[in-house]
Unconditional design. Sequence first.
Length: 216
Amino acid sequence: MQFKPRKQHVYSALNRVGKDYIVGDIHGQLKQLFKQLASLKFDFKLDRLFCTGDLIGRGSDSIGCLNLLTEKWFYSVMGNHEQLFILGFKSSKFWDHLKSDHGQWLTDNLDRFDLLMRWKTLIEIAMPLTRTIEVNGLTVGVSHASATHDWSTLQSGTLSDDDIWQTLWSRPLAEKGGCLTIDSVDYVVHGHTPVQSVVNVNNRFWIDTYCELTAA
């Protein structure tokens, strides 16, 4: 099924008053997230937290994680799980996939169309396909799974269906020669692919360390 995100890219200028952090896929683990932020002494008034997407699924508080999108200190790109949620409005098979993966949060609210539409609107408005952050004169891209070879295409170019699929679903670490340098950006950070510790290949980092290594 064809899919085009409502927002393709968002740019975040330099944070001149606090620190910026990037977290991998949260997947409903809201308590663990706040535990980690407390250990970092995260300043909710000055600091910013960027996420690689997949706020929903697997953990116990997907709804609480979606509500993070209303916080001024929290910024995320879209993950493949959010894409599945949006596609579920066109075909229930996508919601069936989410319900089968610790999806009681969705099952319990299928009769609350007002709530489902609220979550859809939050995702579409607050979760672009990609983000670029300015950090001390450098540019850091954030995307869920992968990226096109040239970051500028994701920023303002015309994306094919395959470009969007690659950005949300692909696993370059498992593909021979798949982790190419991304042009037009200094660094790019991804989630989606489970890793035991942060993996760096060329100018790219995979940081989805808080998950089972059999994730989909």
